[in-house]
Design a protein around this ligand. Structure first.
Ligand SMILES: *[C@@H]1O[C@H](CO)[C@@H](O)[C@H](O)[C@H]1NC(C)=O
Ligand SMILES: *[C@@H]1O[C@H](CO)[C@@H](O)[C@H](O)[C@H]1NC(C)=O
Ligand SMILES: *[C@@H]1O[C@H](CO)[C@@H](O)[C@H](O)[C@H]1NC(C)=O
Ligand SMILES: *[C@@H]1O[C@H](CO)[C@@H](O)[C@H](O)[C@H]1NC(C)=O
Length: 343
């Protein structure tokens, strides 16, 4: 009994000494998977050993490195996030050799250029791919449709050009698609009507679609009316025709932004979803009058129908008194508060 008690402080001291030594010596406690380690070293090299990855020191535990996360059970790299750096180069193809990744983020890297490597399709556990605010270019590759577990795809603020591949609709778990602020042309694919968020299985309560600030043309596919949209932003494109299919009175849509296109339809008959918070329609060729039902939208916080061809009295009541002159001006013959009285 006595000898055990007297040994304990020594034992503690040895343990403390061991734990304070650099990890390579305590090789049993290194969590980093050797394959992942090798792949990360290749990635670092192909990004020209950037300052941003200075913590990636050879022969240390990669699970402690900046920009990566290891899973607690498997010790495999599950997240790779490079954010806000001046590093220069292309997305390393070796990223596809980290098979346990569920999250890949290359964001706010103004000197990251080139295209998305096809090796990324090897990442069949990937749920989130964010490659936004970079200098990526070329077409959006159709092979992204092979990432069957993807829930969130963000390619916004780059220089992607060409048409949106119809195959993105193969992403049956996708709930958020950000393709805004690129140079995309052509039509919104008909296939997008297949996006449907299973709210029983998904963390998302519906679909978030951002296509603004491109050069998209053509009409809104009718099929898009079948999607349980929470947000749809197609502003600042060259879209034409009838967009009323985006208004589903039984839906749960919160934001609809159609501004700065050439949409041409009659607003009078449109039935709004009760969940609408923000409705932006400015700078189109929308005609008819504002439906009286708009006064029943209890959640409405933003409204802009300026620069269209609307007529008739602006409905009174509900949240309508929140909106001023510049929500309604530049229409053909809208009248009543906050515009001049009707004649
Ligand atoms: C990148 O940023 C690092 C750290 O802020 C700096 O030391 C380096 O000079 C920068 N490199 C370039 C090319 O701007
Ligand atoms: C992006 O790439 C283009 C063409 O390669 C180049 O002209 C431009 O300077 C780049 N932008 C930035 C922010 O590096
Ligand atoms: C909305 O629901 C009502 C009642 O369930 C139904 O009659 C109507 O067809 C639905 N409208 C749409 C556009 O789904
Ligand atoms: C509505 O849009 C017009 C045109 O873009 C803009 O001038 C005006 O400030 C906007 N009004 C509000 C309330 O945002």
């Amino acid at each position: 009994m006595g000898s055990l008690v007297s040994l304990s402080p020594l034992l503690l001291c040895v343990l403390f000494l061991l734990s304070s030594l650099p990890s390579p010596i305590l090789s049993a406690s290194v969590r980093c998977n050797p394959e992942d380690y090798k792949t990360l070293m290749r990635i670092k090299k192909s990004l020209n050993n950037p300052y941003h990855l200075a913590s990636w020191i050879p022969n240390t535990d990669c699970c402690n490195w900046y920009c990566v996360e290891c899973d607690d059970n498997t010790n495999r790299i599950t997240q790779f996030t490079i954010f806000q750096s001046n590093l220069s180069g292309q997305i390393p193809a070796a990223v596809g050799d980290l098979p346990y990744l569920d999250t890949v983020v290359f964001r706010k890297l103004p000197n990251l250029y080139g295209s998305i490597p096809s090796s990324i399709t090897k990442l069949q556990n990937l749920k989130m791919l964010r490659l936004s605010w970079n200098n990526l270019s070329g077409p959006i590759p159709g092979f992204l449709g092979q990432l069957k577990n993807l829930e969130y795809l963000d390619l916004a603020f780059n220089r992607f050009s060409g048409q949106i591949p119809a195959s993105l609709a193969d992403l049956s778990k996708l709930a958020a698609l950000h393709l805004d602020r690129n140079r995309l042309t052509g039509a919104i694919p008909d296939s997008f009507g297949r996006f449907k968020v299973d709210t029983q299985k998904s963390l998302y309560s519906g679909f978030y679609l951002y296509l603004s600030h491109n050069q998209l043309s053509g009409v809104i596919p009718k099929s898009l009316g079948e999607v349980n949209l929470i947000t749809v932003d197609v502003s600042r494109n060259k879209l034409v025709g009838d967009a009323s299919v985006l208004f589903n009175p039984n839906g749960t849509t919160q934001t609809i932004d159609l501004s700065r296109n050439q949409f041409d339809f009659d607003l009078s008959g449109v039935k709004f979803p009760k969940t609408l918070i923000d409705l932006e329609l400015s700078h189109n060729i929308i005609r008819g009058s504002i439906p009286e039902e708009i006064t029943g939208l209890e959640l409405l916080q933003g409204l802009n129908v300026s620069y269209n061809r609307l007529c008739g009295q602006i409905p009174v009541g509900g949240n309508m008194n929140r909106f001023g002159y510049d929500s309604f001006f530049h229409n053909r013959c809208l009248c009543g508060q906050p515009l001049p009285n009707c004649k």
